[in-house]
Write a protein that binds this ligand. Structure first.
Ligand SMILES: [Zn+2]
Ligand SMILES: [Zn+2]
Length: 288
């Protein structure tokens, strides 16, 4: 098994320089759960280089409260240095730890070319692509009252539409390798009665872009109370031969490789026999 979605710094804490000890502890925890390789995939918006290239992207949002919320969220998170992060993960690799250098890249509407330029030249093994916001509405920041209130201002259908539009642009950009938490708009626990049309679009976006999709235990820790993606979406991925990675989306040691056994069962039930591993952003098969 793999855990291809790991953060070093919990939300609400400042970034600190990753140490070999921290990364070794992640690997040890993963190994105890039967996970043989991990990818560090810190949020792109943690890094000053992203701030320099993308700051102010939220100004396209017409809603003042959402714009102010996002600016505050951004300022709370940005502080780390991308070069230091890359160097720390490469050192861990050189020391023989089974770690990959990755990043969780967000969708920035109309700005994915800038994102591609920012990331070019770094020796990433795997890049996750995530839609975290519709306009400047960070839909999964459920602890924020402004974000939470917006869930009542929109219909579920328009939220799923806006999310899926963004996911299609992200997939079409070719910037990333794996769609992270593909059905994220279920995060709050509210879902469309019949989600099939959005599932179809998500599966088509993955298949036509050649991206893999992530199966993540993080959804079990949210009001959605279900892994990402839902079994019905996973079935569509399988039907279209979309490769799969597995993930915990841990932001701290205790959640590393969380519920890996249940993810394995879910994938076997869906008919998967292998996982997508990555190295230098090239895919290879790993036995499930
Ligand atoms: Zn995410
Ligand atoms: Zn994440």
């Amino acid at each position: 098994m793999l855990d291809y979605h790991l953060h070093l710094w919990p939300h609400g804490t400042r970034a600190s320089q990753p140490t070999l000890e921290q990364l070794a502890a992640y690997c040890e925890r993963a190994a105890q759960a039967g996970v043989t390789e991990i990818a560090l995939t810190e949020h792109l918006y943690r890094f000053r280089q992203a701030d320099a290239a993308l700051r102010g992207w939220w100004d396209d949002e017409p809603d003042l409260a959402l714009r102010a919320q996002m600016k505050g969220y951004w300022d709370d998170h940005v502080s780390a240095d991308l070069d230091d992060y890359v160097e720390a993960v490469l050192e861990a690799k050189a020391a023989g730890l089974p770690v990959l250098l990755g990043l969780e890249v967000d969708h920035y509407a109309g700005r994915m070319d800038e994102v591609a330029r920012l990331l070019a030249g770094y020796p990433f093994d795997v890049l996750l692509g995530s839609v975290h916001w519709i306009g400047a509405w960070g839909l999964d920041i459920l602890e924020d009252p402004v974000v939470l209130a917006e869930w009542d201002n929109r219909s579920i259908e328009s939220t799923w539409d806006g999310y899926t539009d963004a996911l299609e642009e992200l997939a079409g950009s070719g910037v990333c390798d794996v769609l992270a938490h593909p059905d994220l708009p279920k995060v709050s626990g509210r879902r469309p009665a019949v989600p099939d049309e959005w599932y179809e679009r998500m599966a088509e976006a993955a298949a036509s872009s050649g991206m893999a999709a992530e199966v993540s235990s993080a959804g079990w820790r949210k009001p959605a109370a279900e892994a990402y993606p839902a079994p019905a979406l996973l079935a569509r991925f399988h039907k279209r031969d979309v490769p799969i990675t597995t993930a915990s989306d841990a932001h701290d040691l205790p959640d590393v490789a969380a519920r890996a056994v249940e993810l394995r069962v879910m994938l076997a039930d869906a008919g998967y026999e292998w996982l997508a591993g990555y190295r230098d952003r090239r895919r290879h098969a790993v036995a499930l």
